[in-house]
Design a protein. Structure first.
Length: 325
């Protein structure tokens, strides 16, 4: 009888151990499943650190998560944001044609004439503007909109901007791809000793682009000498210089390229009238060979990621030695 009691107790003990083991396995499996779901959540939703950066006027901005809505008065920044799949709710007024998707975005004016009514009505979390917007800042910041100042004056600064917003909008892979394409475009040079003058034009105003400007940097990128590189910079526009007829004639550019935000034909006509006031301009190689070229504003007016196409356009002009009428 004792023997059977002993066997019964032993069986019960083994049964309890087996049950406990099974429960432990279930418990462990449950833990693994929970951890797995947690890791999946991290992968999907991205438990990343907050993004902090300093803008063009030295203001620090910290974002715990990507802004749910963002607007800008800069067409190049808009292009970058759209490429990085940000929710752009407000865009600048432009004179060029836009794709159907971009045209649907609410227009909010330009840096010189912003539409405060539209900006406030949209109420984006972030508004990206150039430094010249500072005189309007109090009107916007009073509404709780965070104002970020961006200024791009070189190809590298375009790439830095892409990297910065790639991190902010959790799209580093796309940002890296865009920057790689720009690197490849910059690597292609014009095999020549050509020189050029780039003129920024607005009705009644003409300035020479220095090497420190985006357009001067683009000339360097394609391998063409900027004859205005050594001209003294302007205090108000430090990346540009006044047109010095004496220096321009001395440099004798083979190409003169005009960049304007609007009314390109009006600007070109005004520039030609200015040239006609000085007979020496007529002897420039660019004038004699009809190499006065209006660069398309849809590519060159704050190009953003379209810097790739803009560089290609510029290279083709020099490579083919073609002017425009």
């Amino acid at each position: 009888m004792k023997k059977w009691n002993f066997l019964l107790i032993g069986a019960l003990t083994l049964s309890l151990v087996a049950c406990n083991s099974e429960e432990q396995v279930k418990s462990d499996t449950s833990i693994v499943e929970v951890v797995g779901e947690g890791e999946k959540s991290k992968e999907i939703f991205g438990e990343e650190k907050s993004v902090t950066f300093v803008d063009a006027i030295g203001q620090e901005h910290e974002f715990a998560e990507p802004p749910k809505s963002i607007a800008t008065l800069n067409p190049g920044i808009m292009d970058i944001l759209v490429q990085l799949e940000a929710n752009v709710t407000g865009r600048p007024k432009v004179t060029t044609d836009l794709s159907a998707d971009l045209a649907k975005i609410q227009e909010i004016g330009n840096p010189h004439e912003p539409s405060f009514e539209q900006i406030v009505a949209l109420n984006p979390e972030v508004l990206i503007v150039p430094p010249s917007f500072q005189r309007f800042a109090n009107t916007i910041t009073a509404t709780g909109i965070e104002v970020v100042y961006e200024e791009v004056q070189s190809i590298q600064e375009i790439q830095d901007t892409i990297t910065r917003y790639g991190e902010l909008f959790r799209n580093k892979e796309k940002a890296a791809q865009l920057n790689k394409e720009i690197d490849e475009a910059v690597a292609q040079k014009v095999d020549s000793t050509k020189n050029a003058l780039i003129v920024y034009g607005a009705p009644g105003t003409f300035l020479a682009a220095l090497d420190t400007s985006l357009y001067g940097d683009m000339l360097k990128a394609v391998g063409v000498h900027n004859i205005a590189a050594d001209l003294p910079k302007l205090d108000q526009y430090p990346n540009y210089a006044s047109l010095s007829a004496e220096k321009i004639v001395e440099g004798n550019p083979e190409f003169i390229m005009l960049i304007t935000h609007s009314n390109p034909e009006v600007v070109k006509k005004g520039f030609e009238q200015q040239m006609n006031q000085n007979a020496a301009w007529k002897n420039l190689d660019a004038v004699k060979n009809n190499n006065i070229i209006i660069l398309p504003s849809e590519l060159f007016d704050n190009p953003g990621t379209q810097i790739v196409e803009a560089l290609e356009y510029m290279r083709n002009v020099f490579a083919n030695n073609e002017g425009s009428n």
